[in-house]
Design a protein around this ligand. Structure first.
Ligand code: UDP
Length: 246
């Protein structure tokens, strides 16, 4: 699996198909693995924050989520098959789990949202076994109970939707104790799957404008959007310094 270094973050240049195949290997192997769906704002955060960067470096699979990461990798001369959006990865893994009998657990989002997302997924993928759900607004003193609940339900895949970087920090802290084959941070996926938020229309996705649609739906995310030109600038600088050193 080809890995590239994007502003200090190691990204695996996999297609959706390859990501799903790799994750199935993780499930069959059984030792606890961490999968990250990295978009431009996550890469930028890791570039600035060495502790977060370490967590991403320790992850077993970091897929290119988001047009920003794909654009950056291509500008730096790497062959990126396609983008691997978190929400689509959740769906593909639920389709696979329904076929193979893998259990999934959904942790995160506002109360009621993970349950609703699980209902939608179970309808869309008949036979899907949802081991359990829990919302993502718990107090530190509730964590022990939630960890025991997840562990007791013995899922093969744990989807964690607490937002970046909370979900990655949470997974890296608990994956050893949980011993679940695959933990994946999936950001706002449950909000989309439950119908609370809409995904951008297909034409916008094709033009790489999904971020613009998210901004329109959640205007309070302006800080993240403003980070994108900064990300682009760093990538262009990296490109220029590669050119001058070659
Ligand atoms: N969230 C949560 N607990 C928190 C903070 C956030 O469960 O303490 C959820 C939030 O409800 C949303 C998801 O985490 O469903 C974060 O979504 P966002 O779109 O911000 O994800 P990101 O872009 O950071 O991956």
């Amino acid at each position: 699996m080809e890995t590239v270094d994007l502003l200090g973050v190691h990204i695996h240049l996999v297609s959706m198909e390859e990501a799903v195949a790799r994750i199935e290997e993780f499930i069959q192997d059984g030792s606890p693995r961490h999968v990250v769906t990295a978009d431009a704002s996550a890469v930028l955060r890791a570039h600035r924050d060495p502790r977060f960067r370490e967590i991403l470096r320790d992850a077993d699979l970091v897929v290119p989520d988001g047009i920003g990461v794909v654009w950056a990798a291509r500008l730096l001369g790497w062959r990126v098959p396609e983008r691997v959006p978190g929400v689509e990865l959740v769906e593909r893994l639920c389709a696979l789990s329904a076929q193979r009998g893998y259990r999934v657990f959904l942790l995160g989002a506002a109360p009621g949202v993970a349950e609703e997302a699980a209902r939608v997924l179970a309808t869309r993928y008949p036979g899907l076994c949802v081991a359990g759900t829990h919302h993502g607004y718990f107090r530190p003193e509730e964590e022990g109970r939630i960890l025991a609940m997840i562990q007791g339900s013995r899922p093969h895949i744990l989807f964690v939707a607490l937002g970046v970087p909370t979900q990655e920090v949470w997974i890296s802290r608990h994956r050893g104790t949980l011993g679940i084959p695959v933990c994946i941070g999936v950001g706002g996926s449950f909000d989309v799957l439950s119908g609370r938020l809409r995904r951008a229309p297909r034409w916008m996705q094709h033009l790489g404008l999904e971020w613009l649609f998210r901004w329109y739906q959640e205007p309070w995310r302006w800080r993240r959007i403003l980070a994108l030109p900064r990300f682009a600038l760093l990538v262009v600088k990296a490109r220029l310094s590669r050119k001058s050193s070659s």
